[in-house]
Design a protein around this ligand. Structure first.
Ligand SMILES: CC(=O)SCCNC(=O)CCNC(=O)[C@H](O)C(C)(C)COP(=O)(O)OP(=O)(O)OC[C@H]1O[C@@H](n2cnc3c(N)ncnc32)[C@H](O)[C@@H]1OP(=O)(O)O
Ligand SMILES: CC(C)C(=O)C(=O)O
Length: 570
């Protein structure tokens, strides 16, 4: 049960005294060095660790994405990891610009086996770690501060010796004071200095100090302070690369990395989509895309993010959440009416200024940059409004006038409310067809002929009704008003409230869509028609409106004394 007073069980986190901290005023203008630890930290957290085949696939994906440093495993820990490292080396599968990294505990036998696995590799980063925080020193290792330093320095010495045994390889050494974020600052510095004393890095041959939030225990600003403090106090700054390795226990792995970079870190370790122990590692894709969305090229390519996600899901055998930043199946989708309306307007504005800065409401980046289609952006359910429906219709070449958008969206809303489900683009089209593009009935316009003379249009034709055919004859300022006049002579009184038309498609086969809104008494509704001839389309749209009005009972066909009349119903 949750405690009423959690302070009796949980301590507030420690903060860092750094009143002149610099990182809050900095802006990230270049990407960090990226290191994927998917095949190590990610792998060690999987229900079923990756097989050789899944590791191969992951490696290929990471290389294609642009990673230059890839932690491929813990070869002393498992035969699969060992065999995988051997396979990479023996099949020359490591591109010239990629460096593999492997991890080992600070134990002599494991170090030896690690180097055995690496024999013949052109370049490699050997990564050793030991936990440094008080609870680990006391509970896990039962050592004091000096004992903890001895574990690290002893391992570093062994690694130096092993590196000397294989001089043909270009070695880089990496040390991680595991649990850095809850280790005393001075002790974290002391142990790293001791390790550096043994490894003796130089500006030409740097080593990596990798500072993890092994378990996130504080807000991201505290981690940034820890990194800035560390960078200011560490010696040989020009001979080390400061790397960070955030986890995500508080859900702030990405923020921790971002602020740590401002605070002086140059390199980040993490995984694609954030797989990793407990709540996961830093999500590298999220961090990279945050940079991209701020105009900084991350140096990683997620142009086909869907493919990337599917590959990672396959390799990890874990699903990616549909709302995962930048990639989830639903992140470029708006269901709610006001969002859809704003997105639709944003896309329309963008069409007029395709080279300008990206400014489409609610979409932090252009989905097309990630290989996502615009069609998936707007989806319709009961939370949607006219904008979303109109957007999907536009995808099919049908541009509804604003008042028709309002009218039609009530029909779609009815379906959404009745079904309680998403309404697909096809369902909306079908609804539109049923509502507006039905075969003309009960009224049909036959053989209309329009002539113009002296600025007036004259219309002749026939109106087919269930009771028989009536001659139509009328004149007006244009063909539509001529048809209105002809109908008035049959006793059918209405006028035109709105008219729009557009062509759909290009070339000779393109069709015209016509939208005619009629006013019948105090009520208004639209009729729609399409035809290769725009005049025919507009006349048929008017007849469609009349038919809809009859269908709604606003108008009635009445036969009295063998004469059929269409009359207005109250
Ligand atoms: C934060 C991280 O992600 S660190 C990476 C962790 N990753 C993994 O552990 C995945 C791979 N690990 C393994 O396959 C195994 O743990 C092995 C092969 C490394 C070691 O296996 P075992 O020898 O059976 O030990 P076990 O798994 O129980 O690990 C605990 C032992 O390692 C010691 N240990 C833990 N970390 C370290 C370290 N960095 N350096 C030296 N010793 C360590 C513990 O003190 C404990 O020793 P003890 O048995 O003498 O008390
Ligand atoms: C970098 C290391 C040891 C790590 O995986 C962690 O601390 O989470």
């Amino acid at each position: 049960m949750m405690l009423k007073d959690p302070s009796s069980k949980y301590r507030p986190f420690q903060t860092v005294q750094l009143p002149d901290r610099q990182w809050p005023d900095r802006v990230q203008r270049h990407p960090p060095v990226w290191c994927s630890v998917d095949m190590r930290d990610g792998n060690q957290a999987l229900i079923d660790p990756m097989s050789l085949e899944r590791k191969r696939r992951f490696f290929d994906l990471l290389v294609r994405t642009g990673f230059k440093e890839i932690e491929v495993g813990f070869p002393a820990a498992s035969q699969i990891d060992y065999d995988y490292v051997r396979e990479l080396i023996e099949t020359n599968a490591i591109p010239d610009d990629v460096t593999i990294q492997v991890m080992t505990q600070a134990r002599e036998d494991l170090i030896e086996r690690t180097f055995e696995a690496l024999q013949g590799v052109p370049r490699a980063i050997v990564h050793v770690y030991n936990a440094t925080a008080p609870v680990f020193r006391e509970v896990v290792f039962n050592v004091d501060r000096q004992g903890c330093i001895d574990i690290a320095t002893h391992a570093t010495r062994r690694i130096r010796e092993q590196m000397a045994r294989y001089p043909d390889t270009d070695w880089t050494f990496q040390y991680s004071p595991e649990t850095f974020c809850f280790t005393e600052q001075d002790f974290a510095l002391e142990i790293c200095e001791a390790v550096m004393d043994v490894m003796a890095p130089t500006p030409r041959h740097k080593m990596i100090l990798n500072l993890p939030t092994t378990v996130e225990v504080a807000t991201a600003n505290v981690f940034a302070d820890q990194i800035e403090w560390f960078c200011r106090h560490v010696s040989r700054r020009d001979s080390i690369i400061i790397s960070v390795h955030p986890h995500n226990d508080r859900g702030t792995g990405v923020s921790s990395a971002e602020l740590a970079l401002l605070a002086g870190a140059e390199r980040v370790e993490g995984t694609l989509f954030g797989n990793g122990e407990r709540t996961g590692n830093l999500d590298l894709l999220n961090l990279a895309m945050n940079l991209y969305a701020a105009g900084v090229s991350p140096g990683l390519d997620f142009s086909d993010i869907h493919h990337t996600q599917r590959e990672v899901e396959y390799c990890n055998q874990l699903p990616v959440h549909p709302r995962h930043p930048y990639s989830g199946d639903l992140v470029f989708t708006a269901f709610s009416g006001s969002h859809q309306d704003a997105i639709k307007k944003g896309f329309a504005a963008r069409a007029n200024n395709p080279q300008g800065f990206w400014e489409v409401p609610y979409l932090p980046v252009d989905p097309a940059d990630l290989g996502r289609s615009y069609e998936a952006v707007i989806r319709v359910n009961s939370q949607s409004g006219k904008g979303g429906v109109a957007y999907l219709m536009e995808q099919h070449g049908i541009t509804l006038p604003r008042r028709l958008q309002m009218e039609f969206s009530t029909a779609v809303q009815l379906i959404a409310d009745q079904t309680g489900r998403e309404i697909t683009g096809d369902m909306i089209l079908e609804c539109f067809r049923k509502e507006y593009l039905f075969d003309a009935a009960p009224l049909a316009l036959r053989d209309p002929v329009v002539t113009t003379a002296d600025g007036r249009a004259r219309l002749r034709g026939a109106l087919q009704t269930p009771e028989g055919e009536f001659t139509l004859q009328g004149s007006g300022n244009g063909p539509l008003s001529a048809l209105v006049d002809a109908c008035a002579r049959l006793g059918l009184a209405f006028d035109i409230a709105d008219y729009h038309q557009h062509s759909a498609g290009d070339g000779a086969d393109s069709e015209a869509y016509a939208y005619v809104e009629i006013r019948v008494g105090t009520r208004q509704l639209f009729g729609v028609a399409r035809d290769q001839n725009v005049l025919t389309a507009s006349l048929q749209a008017l007849v469609c409106a009349l038919n809809r009005a009859i269908g709604k009972g606003w108008l009635a066909l009445e036969s009295r004394q063998n004469v059929t009349r269409i009359t207005l119903k109250d």
